[in-house]
Ligand binder design. Structure first.
Ligand code: SF4
Length: 320
């Protein structure tokens, strides 16, 4: 006879009925909603469970340091003029070096630090080149840096920070500037399409936040600061009152153009969608946050090891 087991196995308990989750979210941000539309499961992990402390990557640190350098740089150069070009080139070199030095300990290795610093120094010189050309074309004044933006949409609080706010010296029109150190849309038409499809809420949120403060926002611009080998060419959308179907909305280079337009009604729809997403999240009826269908979204996800339901990478699907 086998010896009696010292452990008595209990019958499994009944599974708890599924019920919705009420996230303890104090406020929203455009980037958190971007994460939600990118992958609701990632949003759940990140904003509800707070399951993993993401240490960040050297690419993210590059962005943080670059933003800090530009904030300092424009404290000094509030009204950039072409005559200051050589002075600006030297100062931005110093600001980049100083900003990266502040974050040196967070980089994984000395090699990563050096490579990212060199990339930033080259890109910053291209940035000054663009700044000089822009100031010569239409003189402007920097009226805000890392400006706090807050707005209530459908009763939900949103907060964020605008990288830079410029005012055209001749017309008084305001431009919202967002520095981008990662991949972005390659044309104004592509970015506008992302807004139309509710896949990006960043610039619509900034637009409504500044309009609520009384600004007359004329343009929304993304400044690409990722590639040291390319000239800085912003993706810029002029805000227009109504949709144009006359081809002007696509700019001179058609769908490839970095300049285009966006009608207020599309920004309005984006704002309404932001409110609808918040309502859905806070309704406590979501029982299951689905995973993305786009495997690209998983590439840099901090939860990739814990996420069994993630879509297979494209290359693996052929092997099945
Ligand atoms: S691994 Fe992919 S599917 Fe899973 S949470 Fe991250 S982004 Fe979403």
């Amino acid at each position: 006879m086998p010896p009696e087991s010292p452990i008595e196995l209990a019958e499994p308990v009944d599974r708890e009925p599924a019920r919705g989750i009420l996230p303890r979210v104090q406020h929203f941000s455009a980037s958190s909603l971007n994460a939600y539309v990118d992958c609701p499961r990632k949003w759940f992990y990140n904003y509800v469970c707070r399951a993993v402390e993401d240490p960040g990557s050297s690419a993210a640190l590059y962005g943080t340091a670059f933003h800090a350098a530009l904030e300092d740089f424009h404290e000094e150069f509030v009204h950039p003029v072409p005559a200051q070009e050589s002075e600006m080139r030297e100062r931005i070199r110093q600001q980049i070096a100083w900003a990266f030095e502040r974050f040196r300990a967070d980089f994984g290795s000395a090699v990563e630090f050096t490579l990212q610093l060199r990339r930033a120094q080259r890109t910053a010189q291209r940035y000054v080149g663009w700044l000089v050309a822009r100031a010569a074309r239409a003189p402007f004044t920097v009226i805000g840096r890392e400006l706090s933006a807050s707005l209530q949409i459908e009763g939900y609080d949103f907060i964020g920070y605008i990288d830079r706010l410029d005012k055209n010296d001749a017309t008084g029109a305001v431009s919202i500037i967002d520095y981008k150190t990662g991949s972005i849309a390659t044309s104004a038409a592509e970015y506008r399409e992302k807004v139309r499809q509710f896949r990006d809420f960043q610039l619509p949120f900034y637009y409504w936040a500044r309009e609520a403060e009384g600004d007359r926002v004329a343009t929304l611009a993304l400044i690409p600061l990722k590639d040291a080998l390319l000239d800085v060419e912003p993706i810029e959308l002029e805000v227009i009152p109504v949709t144009r179907d006359d081809g002007k909305s696509k700019g001179k280079r058609g769908n490839e153009a970095p300049y285009g337009t966006i009608p207020i009604e599309e920004l309005e729809r984006a704002r309404e969608r932001m409110g609808a997403i918040c309502k859905e999240i806070m309704s406590a009826t979501v029982e299951h946050f689905p995973v993305t269908k786009n495997p690209d979204a998983c590439t840099f996800c901090a939860y990739v090891l814990a996420c069994n339901d993630r879509p297979a990478p494209i290359e693996n699907r052929f092997g099945r």
